[in-house]
Ligand binder design. Structure first.
Ligand SMILES: CC(=O)SCCNC(=O)CCNC(=O)[C@H](O)C(C)(C)COP(=O)(O)OP(=O)(O)OC[C@H]1O[C@@H](n2cnc3c(N)ncnc32)[C@H](O)[C@@H]1OP(=O)(O)O
Ligand SMILES: CC(=O)C(=O)O
Length: 535
């Protein structure tokens, strides 16, 4: 296909590769996300700090919040150092003039230097959803692109449903691309809108379209086959030079290609400088900050940036990692701002313990017997329902006891008693009494609480506070309970994970018992023993 093309006005074309983020538009289409304008400004600042080339801010004219976002950005609330701001919208309506179409005018009014237009490129959509013929669909694209280019905007064309459309009727899909490109679109972006493609098919189509058209191609992949990242990378390897992604893969339905995985792959596997030098070390921080703004817990298993992305549980892994961490990591985790962690569980071997000891600052060098003994103890306890992988503080106490011998506990327990009082009016009150020995004295204290564990914690604090000056700073940050199914011949047990905080640090301890109160007590005692060992 040979075409004569109107060159885009105003802005240079000299950029070789576009890393394009659509978190604020397609990402916001994810169920459960609702950004405020302030959130959107914060997201754009973080993406710019990271160094992405283009930030699609939303659809001005369609969503009042997006209109306000662009207005506030243009009025100086968003100063971008790296990125160009992009307004997204659709082509003019059928039978209308682009210059008079309210949606198109809203794109201009947004004052964004770049506009991405979405256009249907599947004949079935053109005829059945737009209800126009292919000539009019192409005219809608060409008119809108040339109008915006004439107004000094750089234009990208998102060819919606391109891959499905190209498989159904390639000529129509190519005509839509041609209409946009000849009118001056800088890039035509092939969209897998329904997300049903697989990598080899994507690569074949991108290569074929590039060969048939010679146009600059982009890629936009939805994740309905769980292949959005692979599809995006395959498209880049096949010749696409513009890749659209969203932070953490947020997006409509199953989501979009994850910006952090795509960038991680482009930088570390394909050696492409798609971010400013060294910025890839910010990937983990920015991913987590963006999850915070979206109010979605980070996916701990997310490639490159998840907290488990470089966490090793298997003993065999740890034994090789001890020789060289790269033997079991596909990259150096610090290159993307992440950390390696070794988990000590029933799957641990001696090497896992040694590495964990280093992480926790417990010197196990020359203590092979201690290591063997703790490995055996961990396996035995985990078989009973304990779990140390999330309870580093309890594991550290176990390790230190083996290495240094039993530590002086902050207090000793004589007894505790908890009663639950269900009163006639339906109110339920818990009351706990503890008898402890602390600082050479026997202390008895009683307290009420809204549950047995709360009452026990309150009574213990009452008893210990006068003697342990640090106690008031320790707070319960999180409390997780899991009832573990019973095995043949044994009763069900309860596992409690307790996260404590002193304002500076957080630490997690574990307790396991048939009684939830006793399991909580064990976790609480470890939490206080850990804090005491630091004072
Ligand atoms: C693949 C993607 O994710 S693209 C992004 C999709 N994002 C969104 O839809 C979020 C924002 N959307 C909105 O706020 C609204 O849908 C609006 C303001 C755009 C349109 O609202 P309404 O005018 O009420 O129309 P409605 O949403 O019911 O239907 C969309 C209309 O746009 C038309 N349309 C769809 N795609 C295009 C296109 N590429 N070019 C021109 N018109 C289009 C449809 O044919 C339909 O026209 P009709 O009203 O004549 O039937
Ligand atoms: C443009 C877009 O979001 C899509 O085709 O999926």
């Amino acid at each position: 296909m040979t075409v004569t093309r109107t060159e885009p006005a105003g802005l240079p074309l000299g950029d070789d590769f576009h890393l394009y983020d659509t978190t604020l538009r397609d990402g916001a289409q994810r169920e459960g996300i609702s950004y405020s304008v302030a959130d959107k400004l914060a997201v754009a600042r973080l993406l710019d700090e990271l160094g992405v080339g283009f930030i699609e801010g939303g659809w001005p004219g369609a969503l009042p919040k997006d209109t306000e976002f662009f207005a506030r950005a243009a009025e100086g609330e968003l100063i971008l150092k790296h990125a160009a701001l992009v307004a997204f919208g659709s082509t003019r309506k059928a039978g209308a003039k682009a210059s008079e179409d309210a949606q198109v005018r809203a794109l201009l009014d947004s004052r964004a230097p770049v506009v991405t237009l979405v256009a249907k490129s599947d004949r079935r959509h053109i005829e059945r959803a737009l209800r126009v013929d292919v000539d009019e669909a192409c005219a809608m694209v060409a008119d809108t692109v040339s109008f915006l280019v004439g107004e000094g905007r750089r234009v990208f064309l998102d060819a919606e449903h391109f891959f499905d459309g190209y498989a159904f009727d390639p000529d129509t899909s190519l005509r839509v691309l041609e209409a946009g490109y000849t009118a001056g679109a800088d890039v035509v972006v092939l969209c897998d809108t329904n997300g049903g493609q697989l990598p080899l098919g994507i690569a074949d189509t991108v290569r074929e379209v590039a060969a048939r058209t010679g146009f600059r191609l982009g890629i936009h992949c939805q994740d309905d086959t769980s292949c959005a990242v692979a599809n995006s990378i395959a498209a880049v390897q096949a010749g696409a030079t513009h890749v659209q992604c969203t932070a953490n893969g947020y997006g409509e339905r199953a989501g979009n290609a994850d910006l952090f995985a795509v960038t991680g792959n482009l930088v570390t596997k394909l050696g492409m400088d798609v971010l400013p030098t060294g910025a890839e070390a910010e990937l983990t921080r920015v991913s987590h900050a963006l999850a915070e703004i979206a109010n979605i817990a980070p996916d701990t298993h997310q490639a490159y940036v998840g907290s488990s992305a470089f966490a090793h549980k298997a003993g065999l892994h740890a034994s090789a990692i001890k020789v060289d961490p790269l033997l079991y990591n596909h990259i150096d985790p610090s290159s993307v701002g992440n950390d390696m962690r070794v988990l000590v569980t029933e799957m641990a071997g001696r090497a896992s313990l040694e590495l964990k000891g280093r992480e926790l600052g417990v010197d196990l060098a020359g203590r092979p017997d201690a290591v063997t003994s703790v490995v055996a103890k961990v396996k035995e306890l985990e078989a009973e329902g304990w779990s140390f992988e999330a309870a580093d503080a309890s594991l550290e106490l176990l390790l230190r006891k083996e290495v240094d011998g039993p530590a002086e506990p902050p207090f000793t327990l004589e007894s505790y008693r908890v009663v639950l009082d269900h009163r006639g009016d339906g109110e339920v009150i818990s009351e706990a009494t503890v008898k402890v020995h602390v600082a050479g004295e026997r202390v008895i204290a009683t307290a009420e609480g809204n549950g047995p564990v709360h009452a026990l914690d309150a009574a213990l604090r009452k008893a210990l506070s006068p003697s342990l000056s640090w106690l008031d700073s320790v707070e319960l940050a999180d409390y997780k309970v899991r009832i573990l199914p019973s095995h043949p011949g044994s009763d069900a047990v309860t596992r409690v994970l307790l996260k404590s905080s002193d304002g500076d640090q957080e630490w997690t301890t574990v307790g396991v018992h048939g009684s939830i109160v006793e399991a909580s007590w064990l976790a609480l005692c470890d939490a206080l023993a850990h804090k005491s060992s630091r004072c």
